[in-house]
Design a protein around this ligand. Structure first.
Ligand SMILES: NC(=O)C1=CN([C@@H]2O[C@H](COP(=O)(O)OP(=O)(O)OC[C@H]3O[C@@H](n4cnc5c(N)ncnc54)[C@H](OP(=O)(O)O)[C@@H]3O)[C@@H](O)[C@H]2O)C=CC1
Ligand SMILES: CC(=O)N[C@@H](CCC(=O)OP(=O)(O)O)C(=O)O
Length: 310
């Protein structure tokens, strides 16, 4: 059988390079390469984009939109790692765990959008709880998150890895309330409004922690930390990529395992639920690799679904 041909447009960038490395030893896939001197030449990219089975776009948003508009061959399928099409109609959202039908939608999709890193954590935590009625769609949600600096691509990596640059160990940002992941967080979690999202970047290269504090006493739906944990555990029971740690409750709560770098170089996402029944408070946490389940790992998972090889 003919091997599927894949072109990674943006293969020299952080995400593209990692996808390339993860696929390099896969003998069932033919990765079409582009010369370093040609990788930004429109006519070369146009031609490759129209002659492969799947084009994986690892480009800035505007370049990804251009690339999609150049594809005239209807048999070419697209997996876009940028944020250009994550809430666009006609695109399948590449988060297989969010719905029992989602993996088969991705498998059949002609246009699949890979989720944003922070959005991956938020949707993993909230989607099952909102879909299953444990949180109301209009619950006021705050998200605190920290990412390794590789989340900012080549430019941010260079600035953090230049020794003469004194970068703050922890830098909150997104404080214009316009972060590019808000739309996908809202739509794919099922919230009626975007969350209040406070991301931060730290002086570590890779890894991510997403936290959602929940004052349950203010919730319109009567919910306990135990209920939240049970629903999340049921939802991800058969998942190979998302796991739920045992409920962490009360005065003995121990956060020794919480470390944004813990799942680096894997496609795993671990959910933790901390709760106190007496004070009716809980915190949901998602820990994963921003370059793994937050980017390249998820892209490989989606590609395999699209190729029917997962
Ligand atoms: N880093 C992350 O954690 C994640 C990133 N993403 C998304 O993936 C996409 C790529 O991000 P990332 O890999 O971090 O970014 P990088 O800046 O590391 O890489 C982007 C690559 O695209 C190339 N490029 C830019 N414009 C063009 C163009 N017009 N034609 C061809 N190539 C072009 C760049 O070239 P050059 O090398 O010359 O600069 C670079 O190699 C972005 O949309 C980002 O939002 C998604 C999930 C996570
Ligand atoms: C630290 C940092 O700057 N992170 C990036 C998000 C990286 C990411 O995964 O988002 P995309 O998939 O949408 O590119 C940011 O906040 O814009």
């Amino acid at each position: 059988m003919k091997k599927p041909r894949i072109f990674i447009d943006g293969q020299a960038g952080t995400t593209g390079l990692q996808i390339h490395q993860l696929l390099a030893n896969d003998g069932d896939i033919d990765i079409v390469s582009i010369d370093e001197s040609d990788r930004k030449k429109e006519h070369v990219r146009r031609q490759l984009l129209n002659e492969v089975d799947v084009a994986i776009l690892c480009l800035p948003d505007d370049a990804a939109k251009d690339a999609v508009s150049w594809i005239k061959n209807d048999s070419v399928r697209v997996l876009d790692a940028s944020s250009a099409h994550r809430v666009a109609s006609g695109w399948v959202y590449g988060f297989p765990e969010m719905h029992p039908e989602q993996a088969s939608r991705i498998a059949q999709g002609r246009r699949v959008s890979n989720p944003g890193c922070y959005a991956t954590g938020v949707i993993a935590l909230l989607n099952p709880l909102i879909q299953r009625g444990l949180l109301a769609p209009d619950t006021p949600i705050t998200v605190n998150a920290i990412s390794g600096y590789s989340g900012g691509g080549k430019a941010m990596i260079a600035s953090y890895e230049t020794p003469s640059n004194m970068m703050p160990v922890f830098r909150p940002y997104g404080l214009n309330f316009q972060h590019k992941h808000l739309g996908e967080m809202q739509q794919h979690s099922g919230l009626s409004r975007p969350p209040l999202f406070i991301p931060a970047v730290g002086t570590f290269r890779q890894g991510m922690l997403v936290q959602i504090p929940l004052p349950l006493w203010a919730s319109r739906v009567a919910t306990t930390p135990y209920d939240l944990h049970k629903k999340l555990s049921e939802h991800y029971e058969n998942s190979a990529t998302v796991c739920v740690a045992p409920l962490i409750e009360g005065t003995a709560a121990d956060s020794a395992n919480i470390n944004p770098e813990r799942f680096n170089n894997t496609n795993m996402l671990e959910i933790s639920v901390f709760g106190d029944t007496a004070s009716e408070q809980a915190v949901l946490m998602a820990c994963f690799d921003n370059l793994g389940k937050g980017a390249s790992g998820a892209a490989i998972q989606n590609l395999r679904l699209m190729l029917g090889s997962s």
